[in-house]
Design a protein around this ligand. Sequence first.
Ligand SMILES: Cc1cc2nc3c(=O)[nH]c(=O)nc-3n(C[C@H](O)[C@H](O)[C@H](O)COP(=O)(O)OP(=O)(O)OC[C@H]3O[C@@H](n4cnc5c(N)ncnc54)[C@H](O)[C@@H]3O)c2cc1C
Length: 261
Amino acid sequence: GVTAIARAADGRLAVTDTWGATRHFPAVLVTCQSWLLTTQIAVEESLFSQKLWMALDRTRYMQSSKTFVMVDRPFWKDVDPATGRDTMSMTLTDRLTRGTYLFDNGPDRPAVICLSYAWMSDALKMLPHSPEKRVQLALAALNKIYPDVDIASHIVGDPITISWEADPYFLGAFKGALPGHYRYNQRMYGHFMQDGLPAAERGIFLAGDDVSFTPAWVEGAVQTSLNAVWGIVHQLGGQCPADNPGPGERFPEIGPIALPE
Ligand SMILES: Cc1cc2nc3c(=O)[nH]c(=O)nc-3n(C[C@H](O)[C@H](O)[C@H](O)COP(=O)(O)OP(=O)(O)OC[C@H]3O[C@@H](n4cnc5c(N)ncnc54)[C@H](O)[C@@H]3O)c2cc1C
């Protein structure tokens, strides 16, 4: 992992990794969650304006958790003689599991159940608990919905679970902007347009889920990467063909508008 980003004496950006090696680059593209720039990575403060730091720090992330178990076979496809329907299907509920998803890999082959995919308050209900306890909580909730299905008897192997907010390399699942955050989004999203920035703030670029206006959808991460790539190419002296303008050429015309300060 990256542990530090600073301005080197030669004017390039110095990137230091976990093993202490430092390499210099003319441009750096940062794609981790922005809170990591003040927790995991020592970023030289002068690389961003105070207004941009405020946007990076005030970015707000949503909690999310998932809990998976492996099962012996896709037993949910067994037809329930009483109803003529599958024993179990993808299940959305207000109970704490919220979303249960079923993944099969062919009949009679081991399969996977995502017992719970939850956000926010429901993810917080899982946060302090061990994988085993999370499975027990999910099974108890599903038992109220499917009282005649013994899911536990099909489980093989150890459960796998994740809470993104508990992962030191994420600190949250994805951005969930609050009312009033448009100006922060706009600053982060528009940062790849660097011609107007002081020299000290040029060369470091941002992209990814939390830079985008459509967080939690990978499309926004890809879009912001294309913007950043344009910014880097531009900084290195490259340009787009005149008949195929890039995001930077079109930005003044179709980019998100800046609000008055
Ligand atoms: C629970 C959940 C469900 C989602 N569901 C959907 C969906 O259904 N559809 C959809 O389109 N999108 C979905 N998304 C969103 C999608 O996953 C993201 O938009 C996409 O993964 C973002 O890509 P990224 O490259 O910006 O960041 P990430 O994929 O998050 O990559 C950032 C990387 O940076 C690494 N990193 C952190 N710190 C450092 C460091 N110091 N040094 C080096 N590396 C570091 C992290 O470990 C991570 O691998 C979901 C996201 C989550 C969390």
